[in-house]
Design a protein around this ligand. Structure first.
Ligand SMILES: *Cc1c(COP(=O)(O)O)cnc(C)c1O
Length: 465
């Protein structure tokens, strides 16, 4: 097709290069180790995926699709890696919002993690699991009085306060109960993490935290110290964003936090014993993502805080961090069945699966990128530029925007999307009255449903007619 033959309309060649699909892979069956869970292998005979010792075709037959699968050993190994890397003089809080269920809270407790919750519902799950309340942290910019009461009554180890209103509310609740509640102050350190705007949280113009630069953080500290009988101020907290790959942002945050600790010592004569640098460490969703080893990150963060404190003449505070996705994301995949395949000549092939934006909103919400693979067989076909889409009535219902799938991908094939263990089930919706998929933990070839699939009765049970 020559250019002059179609002077008016767009040429396919103009349309194609949009997006970050890169070149077709040499081997469409290859699984990149840094993206897929540790327990994933392609069976040499069938070409199908074995997930933590179980054949995904059998899992699909038994539990249906879509389904979230978690490689339990991989999840636990990552949790241990964080706990060991930070050592006995730091605490690792798992950010429960990335994905929390009773089983997950038990794994977290087993592996020595602390746990962050940010709503009454997440707190309820943690308490149902018997998670030690002293190892819980409670976050949020608008915790209700009922949520705060429940947290105080349960003995939550620390509440991260986020507004002047909340300080007064919490002081009143603690006074009423006759307890002294440990709290941290969430501050905005003015760091803009290099990430999508919706998940960058430490710049000033946003709802979370007290501004360090504007003086609100200092006011919050003064206010809390006035309630010293009800509130025990243990330290400062900062969370600079998510899906961050270098420690430069943490370095700036740590610098500003230690300046604030020094100012508190000057103004109030106290050294706060704790410092929380938040979460946000990135994971590999695609080949382009290159996360540093956890041990390296831990060493770097500890070194930064130690250096800043030494410079300010402060004792080293007990450090805490709050990884969510870095623990829960990589061990999880979503298994889908292909329903329809629609090749658009010269553009790409639309491959529709039996879920979509209701089980993974991140692609439409954040332009998130994912890696997908045909997992029920190996293929000898050439890679075809594809888009994996869901079944919702919405053209933005995209699961993987740019995917290279085998050109012979067909209805009935199983696809797996990698690194969906965080922020997929936890952000799932019932849009179009789809039923939320189950979460299945697999270990040594044995599968266990830890959250069952929703049923129409679940949906209609809420509908009072
Ligand atoms: C979301 C969040 C985290 C976890 O972020 P990840 O990107 O999952 O590591 C940690 N701390 C706070 C306060 C958060 O809001």
């Amino acid at each position: 097709m020559s250019r002059s033959a179609h002077p008016a309309g767009p040429r396919y060649a103009d349309v194609l290069p949009e997006g970050g699909h890169g070149a077709a892979p040499a081997d469409v069956n290859r699984l990149d180790r840094k993206i897929w869970p540790g327990g994933v292998v392609r069976d040499a005979g069938s070409g199908a995926l074995t997930f933590a010792g179980a054949d995904v075709r059998e899992l699909a037959r038994e539990y249906g699709t879509p389904a979230y699968l978690i490689d339990e050993d991989d999840w636990r190994r990552r949790a241990r890696e964080w706990v060991e890397a930070f050592g006995a003089d730091a605490d690792v809080f798992y950010a429960g919002k990335s994905f929390l269920s009773v089983a997950i809270a038990k794994w977290a407790a087993d592996e020595g993690l602390h746990l962050d919750v940010c709503s009454g519902g997440e707190l309820a799950v943690a308490l149902r699991a018997g998670f030690p309340a002293s190892r819980l942290g409670f976050h949020g910019n608008n915790k209700s009085v009922a949520e705060l009461e429940r947290a105080v009554d349960a003995g939550v180890g620390r509440i991260i306060v986020d507004s002047h209103d909340e300080i007064e509310r919490l002081a009143a609740i603690a006074a009423d109960r006759g307890v002294r509640q440990p709290v941290m102050v969430r501050v905005t350190a003015g760091v803009e993490a290099h990430t999508h705007e919706f998940i960058a949280t430490a710049h000033e113009d946003q709802k979370f935290g007290f501004s360090l630069a504007g003086g609100a953080a200092a006011d919050a500290v003064t206010r809390i110290l006035k309630h010293a009988e009800q509130l025990e101020l243990t330290g400062l907290h900062s969370h600079i964003g998510s899906q961050i790959f270098d420690t430069a942002g943490f370095e700036v945050a740590a610098h500003r936090l230690t300046e604030a600790l020094a100012a508190i010592r000057r103004d109030h004569g106290i050294e706060l014993p704790e410092l929380d640098l938040g979460g946000g460490l990135g994971i590999a969703y695609t080949e382009a993502d290159d996360p540093a080893p956890v041990a390296e990150i831990a060493a770097r963060l500890k070194e930064i805080v130690a250096r800043e404190c030494d410079a300010a003449g402060l004792a080293h505070p007990r450090l805490s961090v709050e990884p969510g996705r870095a623990i829960a994301g990589p061990p999880g995949i979503t298994l889908y069945e292909v329903g329809t395949v629609k090749p658009l000549p010269g553009l790409r092939t639309y491959v529709s699966v039996d879920g979509g934006m209701s089980d993974n909103i991140r692609t439409s919400l954040y332009d998130a990128e994912y890696t997908v693979s045909l997992v029920s067989r190996a293929s000898r076909a050439q890679a075809a530029l594809s888009r994996v889409v869901g079944k919702h009535c919405e053209s933005g219902d995209i699961v993987v925007r740019d995917a290279w799938l085998p050109g012979d991908t067909a209805p009935g094939d199983l696809l797996a999307v990698a690194a969906t263990g965080a922020y997929c089930r936890s952000m799932a919706s019932n849009y179009n009255h789809l039923l939320k998929p189950p979460v299945i933990a697999v270990k040594d070839g044995t599968a266990r449903v830890i959250v069952r699939r929703e049923t129409e009765d679940d949906l209609l049970g809420l509908d009072l007619g």
